[in-house]
Design a protein around this ligand. Structure first.
Ligand SMILES: NC(=O)c1ccc[n+]([C@@H]2O[C@H](COP(=O)([O-])OP(=O)(O)OC[C@H]3O[C@@H](n4cnc5c(N)ncnc54)[C@H](O)[C@@H]3O)[C@@H](O)[C@H]2O)c1
Ligand SMILES: [Fe+2]
Length: 303
């Protein structure tokens, strides 16, 4: 922020992954709304009055869609937590979504960021606020990501293009309706153990889907259909839901993401993480009402 002010610049060009773009969003907001100089005061839906500094966002990962969403995520190093700021004033004026900018990503980063995008699309599709318009974006994003993530990890042009578009379309969806507890639970893992955001999302996603099945399971058939699951229309609701969850697990395993949090999550942190997840801005959007105790059980199921 000091560098921006000293430079006399009149716009910000954010080139990088979600972390770089989110940082630029926070800086752009605070410069034009100095009464929020402490970034912690912007957590949740922030009542800023002015739009951020004119910003051009150039994503170099294919996952967060930070270039198009109304969110930015900040790590509070002192309190060991990540928090989400939600503010329509932070949307960059211009997004340059170019798969060539993402081609230098190594396999692991491509896989993790791509699974973050899949998590946005699926959580956005089943979130409480989902509507016909967001469904349209999410189902197409699920289709594109399922079709192209393996290719992107292999660094094919087609795979990179499909993922650049898929993650962006997912952002057009979830930014309008919210997410759920997979994101709430993932944020704490990144703050505490530095687990990459997409890896945390991917590991928790199947557990989140199982947990949410009583509230949203009927929607899983469409998820499985968008993922190309054979014969899904002939299955019962229960079979279709399980087939969709299996397809998510298979994609995650195919791109090399671990299946659980063994070696990452420590029992002594479960209570703190569960309280943080319950207080997270993504939690109220979860299709099933939850509690600190139930979130703790979900974490323990992954240890
Ligand atoms: N704003 C939103 O709506 C939103 C949505 C989801 C997640 N997020 C947040 O975004 C952050 C994660 O962003 P991310 O997953 O894009 O990763 P990142 O921005 O944290 O980048 C991860 C690493 O990859 C490197 N990197 C980036 N692009 C590269 C490239 N093309 N080639 C090689 N290396 C590259 C970075 O330098 C960094 O070391 C988290 O804080 C997460 O909570 C924001
Ligand atoms: Fe995410």
């Amino acid at each position: 922020m000091a560098a921006f002010n000293a430079s006399g610049a009149d716009c910000i060009i954010a080139v990088g992954g979600g972390s770089a773009i989110d940082t630029a969003k926070a800086i752009g907001i605070i410069i034009n709304n100095p009464e929020f100089a402490d970034v912690r005061s912007l957590e949740g839906v922030a009542p800023t009055k002015k739009h951020a500094v004119f910003t051009i966002a150039v994503p170099t990962t294919a996952g967060t869609a930070a270039e198009v969403t109304i969110n930015y995520v900040i790590t509070d190093v002192e309190k060991k937590r990540k928090f989400v700021c939600v503010d329509t004033n932070d949307i960059p004026e211009i997004a340059v979504v170019d798969p060539d900018m993402m081609a230098s990503m190594p396999k692991g980063l491509t896989a993790a960021t791509g699974m973050d995008a899949l998590t946005h699309a699926i959580e956005g599709y089943i979130t409480k606020g989902a509507c016909a318009i967001s469904d349209m974006f999410h189902l197409e994003a699920i289709r594109l990501i399922s079709t192209h993530l393996r290719g992107a990890v292999a660094n094919t042009d087609e795979g990179r293009e499909g993922m650049a578009l898929g993650q962006y379309i997912a952002g057009m969806g979830f930014s309008n309706v919210g997410l759920g507890i997979v994101h709430s639970m993932a944020h704490g893992l990144s703050a505490l153990y530095d687990t990459p955001h997409g890896v945390a999302c991917a590991i928790i996603l199947p557990t989140g889907l199982e947990y949410n099945a009583p509230a949203a399971g009927k929607r899983y058939r469409a998820v499985g259909r968008a993922m190309g699951v054979d014969g899904i229309d002939a299955m019962s609701d229960e079979e279709a839901a399980q087939a969709a969850i299996a397809a998510v697990k298979k994609l995650s395993a195919d791109v090399g993401i671990p299946a659980d949090l063994k070696g990452i999550l420590k029992e002594e942190d479960v209570q703190f993480l569960s309280e943080s997840a319950f207080a997270d801005a993504c939690c109220p959007g979860n299709p099933r009402d939850t509690s600190v105790e139930e979130i703790a059980a979900l974490y323990r199921g992954l240890m």
